[in-house]
Design a protein around this ligand. Structure first.
Ligand code: SAH
Length: 238
């Protein structure tokens, strides 16, 4: 018998922000393979007989490589198991869900995607920041700050983002990369008074928010000792 895999978005941290469908996938799973960012509270929905496997990645500390995770998901589904792969936020937003889906296609195994509430929308909301605002903010850019400032990597168009006054920039993996991001934006002429915020552990009981102008944000983030997971929002809606 062949199993099935559900690639499920766990939401941003508040366990109330998983979808009804996502929760049902946890309840029905024989195997739950979960990440560091997927809230531990959600595992309470799993059956007492379910096998719970942690494959978390926290900063550089990887329990399993991505290839190892792909192989594990495929192996469990090949055993005929109902597998729920629980990932923080939305599985396809900077979560390598696309790679896991590709591995399942290559293995010829059935799977379904259950989208989740992504942190760059939810964390600002819990901090009182609407990511769009009529007439003020009419465009959003979600960016992996880490990849987008890498030398020789897929750079963001910081020049265009810097000059787009009616837009928000939402930066995932943004703590270490923040000084480089700000340097880029200011060098391309962004108004240094543009409002900005960094949100750590958004939507959880340990949420903390730092607000500053874009030119002061990196200094304030350092002072407040903000640690990942955290994301930044830059733009008029802050
Ligand atoms: N798939 C996830 C993102 C994974 S990338 C999603 O859709 O949300 C990991 C990054 O997401 C972290 O470095 C951080 O920038 C952001 N992140 C995830 N959860 C967060 C939270 N509760 N508060 C703030 N940022 C968070």
């Amino acid at each position: 018998m062949q199993g099935i895999v559900y690639l499920v978005g766990a939401g941003p941290g508040d366990p109330g922000l998983i979808t009804v469908k996502g929760q049902a996938c946890i309840e029905q799973a024989e195997v739950v393979i979960y990440d560091y960012l997927a809230s531990a509270h959600l595992l309470k929905h799993a059956s007492p007989d379910a096998e719970l496997i942690y494959v978390g990645k926290k900063g550089g500390d990887h329990t399993l490589s991505q290839e190892g995770i792909n192989a594990l998901i495929v192996a469990k589904a090949r055993e005929g198991k109902v597998v729920t792969r629980l990932k923080g936020g939305d599985p396809f937003i900077f979560g390598r869900g696309g790679e896991e889906a590709q591995a399942l296609i290559e293995a010829g195994l059935p799977f379904e995607i259950v989208p989740g509430v992504t942190s760059a929308i939810a964390a600002p909301a819990y901090a009182g920041i609407p990511v769009t605002h009529r007439k003020e903010v009419v465009r959003l850019t979600m960016v992996t700050a880490h990849e987008s400032v890498k030398k020789g990597g897929p750079q963001a168009r910081w020049d265009l983002l810097a000059s787009d006054r009616h837009a928000m920039i939402l930066g995932y993996m943004g703590v270490a990369a923040l000084p480089r991001v700000v340097e880029n934006l200011l060098s391309y002429g962004m108004d240094p008074e543009t409002p900005a915020a960094m949100i750590e552990r958004g939507t959880t009981s340990r949420q903390s928010v730092v607000r500053a102008t874009v030119s002061d944000l990196a200094g304030e983030v350092k002072k407040a000792d903000i640690k990942p997971p955290a994301l930044f929002a830059i733009g008029p809606a802050v």
